[in-house]
Design a protein around this ligand. Sequence first.
Ligand SMILES: [Zn+2]
Length: 235
Amino acid sequence: MKIIKAYGFSFFFGQAQDFPIEHADPTFYTSCKKTIDALKCSTLIIQEQTHGTTGMYIDKDQSQQNPLQLKETTGDYLITNQKGVALGVLTADCLPIVMIETRNHIGSIVHAGWKGSLAGITTKVIEHMLQKNFFAPADLHVYFGPCAKSCCYEVQPEFLYALAEYPWHERVIEQRNEKLFFNIPLFNKLHLVDLGIDPSHIHMQYNECTICNTAYHSNRRNGHARLCQLSVICR
Ligand SMILES: [Zn+2]
């Protein structure tokens, strides 16, 4: 597990070797405990993910409940301003996104698959952060983790209808050998830029392809969705 430090936060995008177990496995609990110990955090929260656009802002009351709050709530993003509270998402081709707001020290983690991305989950997260704290787009830094990328992420022609409402839809589909490939990181990046986020604050260096890089679990490559990597942010 490579822990990244930025703007007072620690975070990591897990690899298959960090989390080689199924999340229904009893040892999932033990592995999560080891994770918060490694990050020196008091609490780890992971939701039951639904590929939707709802999520939670973790305040003091919520953060002082059980040290491991695993799948007790449903949603696809978590936000907190609380120190020592680790927020996690499980992914295996969907895009994990870490957001850090540097003025009020708010951390967020997002599970953005194609459904959540097209439904505007990044907008929802930023709106939720703004409801609680004032900040300017310049205060936000965004890090994309590993996901299915356009080298491998084939989609069917019907998918183009779902994209049609976006002015930049042609930029996020690549055509090769009569096949179509979706660029989900670019889709989310363009969304964030439309919201006023500085493109130089959208960091892509951890955004490797999960399908062609065997360091990661991939639903497409494995043919099932039982194995996921854990990504976590904590202050
Ligand atoms: Zn690939």
